[in-house]
Design a protein around this ligand. Structure first.
Ligand SMILES: Nc1ncnc2c1ncn2[C@@H]1O[C@H](COP(=O)(O)OP(=O)(O)O)[C@@H](O)[C@H]1O
Ligand SMILES: [Mg+2]
Length: 313
């Protein structure tokens, strides 16, 4: 229950009061000029059986009663309004908490990915390299053919595993994001994606002079990553475009657009059920941004994201 009722603010009461007093004065003037009460008295006396002469007082009582009734309802309305405002306040607090938690969760997730990527790189990469060296030595030292061939196969498998892990490492935490920055990481991501899928990908990035915060950069990278994955999986497109406009950030919101020329969404309503789009939406909401999915100019899907300056906080 709310404790304090909001103060009443009547903005148009003066104008209404003038109208009310004007109407009463007009009625009094017309009544005085036309002797309405005297006419009414004479009329009421003719119908004494109906007690018509008592009606003015009764109507006065009814008016006072209605005033009292309206006053009571207004009190109830104020209470309902206060409850509504308290609920709204609570909702906005919970929303803020939710955004804070989502942001923390994403931060922890990214840190965990970074740690796994580091460990995989150090342990697995070195292990694979050692196996490849050993296999090469085995194959060189005049060993029997069977051993040499086996050693070569081991070397190939180790090489294959190493490539696989390197590719996974890039997905887990792209090295270029830390070393070269967002623009280079996006270029690298799109070039790799183009090679893998055979779909043309154009990247256009305008970044601010100062480096973007890690949370913002990682969010943008993951959004593009998921957007491109969806295009490869669902769009049947021949071209994808990624455009990042952040030249005036944080003075102006940062905008990201991912668009394809594919078949578009399967239904009229935005799809639900998949984790990819939901994850994108959550990442954007965690940075208090806006996320929109609609039909692009080329007929495919267009995802537009706006991140405000508060995304840095
Ligand atoms: N670029 C796209 N072109 C066509 N359909 C898409 C595109 N992106 C998403 N979709 C549709 O939206 C659905 C939900 O996507 P998502 O949440 O990423 O889940 P998932 O990729 O696991 O199916 C997809 O199943 C697909 O039907
Ligand atoms: Mg997906």
């Amino acid at each position: 229950m709310p404790t304090a009722l909001p103060p009443l603010k009547f903005r148009r009461w003066r104008r209404d009061l003038v109208w009310l007093l004007g109407a009463v004065a007009l009625e009094w003037y017309a009544s005085a000029r036309g002797n309405w009460s005297e006419h009414y008295s004479r009329f009421a006396q003719r119908y004494e059986d109906w007690q018509l002469d008592e009606w003015p007082l009764t109507l006065l009582m009814l008016s006072l009663g209605l005033c009292w009734f309206a006053w009571r309802r207004m009190g109830e309305l104020r209470e309902a309004l206060a409850e509504h405002m308290a609920a709204e306040q609570r909702i906005s607090e919970l929303l803020e908490q939710n955004q804070h938690l989502a942001r923390q969760l994403i931060g922890v997730q990214e840190e965990e990915r970074r740690a796994i990527a580091r460990e995989l790189h150090d342990e697995f990469g070195q292990g694979c390299t050692a196996i490849r060296i050993e296999a090469r030595l085995l194959a060189q030292n005049g060993a029997p053919d069977a051993v040499r061939q086996g050693a070569q196969r081991i070397g190939h498998h180790a090489e294959h595993l190493y490539r696989l892990v390197r590719e996974r490492l890039t997905r887990l935490r792209p090295h270029s994001l830390d070393s070269l920055g967002l623009e280079a990481a996006l270029q690298e991501l799109c070039e790799g994606w183009e090679d893998q899928t055979g779909i043309a990908c154009r990247v256009q990035a305008e970044l601010p002079a100062q480096a973007l915060d890690d949370a913002v950069a990682v969010t943008l990278f993951r959004l593009v990553q998921e957007g491109l994955t969806n295009i490869a999986r669902h769009a049947r497109a021949s071209e994808a475009q990624v455009s990042l406009q952040a030249g005036n950030w944080p003075q102006q919101p940062l905008s990201l657009r991912i668009e394809d020329n594919g078949c578009g969404l399967p239904g009229a309503a935005p799809p639900s059920g998949g984790f990819g789009l939901a994850g994108m939406r959550e990442r954007v909401a965690a940075l208090q941004g806006q996320w929109r999915l609609d039909r692009g100019t080329a007929g495919g899907v267009r995802i537009q994201v706006l991140l405000p300056a508060e995304a840095r906080a």
